[in-house]
Design a protein around this ligand. Structure first.
Ligand code: ZN
Length: 336
């Protein structure tokens, strides 16, 4: 079994002691798209002892171009990403704990999801949830690794509470580099998230083994041009998050409908929902449209719209980007 890690324990920066620290380490990967699949497969193979993967979405064909652990069977099986990730990665390394959690990360659950972890790895596709991670990480004093990729470029940075600037400090330092773009408008080629995810994974390993080589800079990568640039980030003098004002965590931004990056779809959340019994809902919708369901989700098609409903009451309404249309369909078929 020890042979499994022999090629990485040879490295002076890791060694036997570092490997033990990895084995005792606990990480939470939030978002399992292109970045999340790269960091998850790398850190599972590296022998991190506990890996939790949180994602709200299911797998579609346009994901396979870059989301490196998924395959066509996962789509035929209608598997949520977190479930498919857990199944695949358990076959890669059965000697560690791997847990997939199907959930939308928001202010109501983030502290519970990351509590007790040694490290959080960002695999998200939107800034609002990253700022939520930033607040939770600073509050709970958990290091986290920001990463983002779009088109042919991306960036990443390790954020260590009380030691480094945070994500809200970065926003003050850089205004461009495409933070506001989405994969809808800009697209993405796989090597961009592969490189950024690999850089996140190595920073994660260094943080877990307690290496002095943790990179203090924001790294900006352009894979098309073959560039990696180090950007020095300074702490913003009156950064609310660094000052302990966790506005994203506390403000209760109760977004109930959000347009999803890279999809012609809107997610509807029902914070008051105690969950939906999928068999009962399927029985209700039978005769109105085409319904199918498994343990993880229910798919319902009516007119030109398709909706996917999860047991926690969350729904993704496809073929629309209009949030009020999506809320209306949710109210009509699932119940507000
Ligand atoms: Zn800050």
């Amino acid at each position: 079994m020890n042979d499994r890690y022999s090629r990485q324990t040879i490295l002076p920066g890791i060694g036997k002691t570092g490997q033990e620290k990895l084995a005792n380490g606990s990480i939470v990967i939030i978002g399992c798209g292109a970045l999340g699949t790269v960091t998850a497969t790398t850190l599972v193979r590296a022998g991190v002892g506990r890996v939790k993967i949180v994602d709200r979405d299911f797998i579609e064909y346009h994901n396979l171009q870059r989301q490196v652990i998924f395959d066509e069977d996962d789509i035929r099986g209608q598997l949520p990403k977190a479930v498919a990730a857990e199944r695949h990665l358990k076959k890669v390394n059965s000697s560690i704990d791997i847990e997939g959690v199907v959930a939308d990360v928001n202010y109501t659950n983030i502290e519970r999801l990351v509590y007790g972890a040694d490290l959080i790895v960002d695999g998200l596709d939107n800034l609002e949830t990253r700022l939520l991670i930033n607040d939770a990480a600073l509050k709970l004093k958990i290091p986290w690794i920001y990463g983002g990729a779009i088109s042919s470029y991306g960036m990443m940075m390790s954020i260590i509470p009380d030691k480094t600037p945070c994500l809200r400090c970065i926003g003050h330092n850089t205004s461009t580099h495409g933070l506001a773009l989405t994969c809808d408008t800009a697209g993405v080629i796989a090597p961009a998230p592969f490189v950024v995810g690999s850089l996140q994974a190595i920073e994660a390993m260094k943080i877990l083994v307690g290496s002095p080589d943790v990179n203090p800079d924001l790294l900006y990568v352009n894979v098309w041009l073959g560039e990696i640039t180090h950007l020095k980030i300074n702490r913003r003098p009156n950064c609310p998050s660094c000052a302990g004002q966790y506005e994203y965590l506390d403000a209760r931004y109760g977004t109930r409908a959000t347009s999803l990056c890279g999809q012609n779809a809107v997610q509807v959340l029902n914070p008051e929902s105690r969950g939906v019994a999928l068999p009962a809902l399927a029985a209700r919708l039978q005769g109105i449209g085409k319904v199918s369901y498994n343990d993880f989700m229910l798919t319902f098609a009516v007119d030109s719209k398709e909706m996917v409903v999860f047991p926690d009451g969350r729904a993704i309404i496809k073929n629309t980007t209009d949030e009020s249309t999506a809320r209306g369909l949710y109210a009509k078929y699932i119940g507000a």
